[in-house]
Design a protein around this ligand. Structure first.
Ligand SMILES: [Zn+2]
Length: 60
């Protein structure tokens, strides 16, 4: 048995540091709208590179 890996639901890769997160959608502000941030209720499991590159909120 090696160290346990888990499938990342964002990139589909296997990693040892996958943690539960809520995906966030960030709409940048434009001249006529304010920045909009939507946090999904659904829990996904992401590896560390995906957590570095994509907006998310870690699950407590
Ligand atoms: Zn990933």
């Amino acid at each position: 048995m090696g160290s346990a890996t888990e499938r990342c639901e964002s990139c589909g890769g296997d990693a040892t540091d996958v943690v539960p997160v809520h995906r966030m959608y960030v709409t940048p502000a434009a001249w006529d709208t304010e920045e909009k941030i939507q946090v999904l209720d659904e829990v996904e499991r992401w590896c560390s590179p995906c957590r570095t590159h994509y907006p998310h909120q870690e699950v407590d």
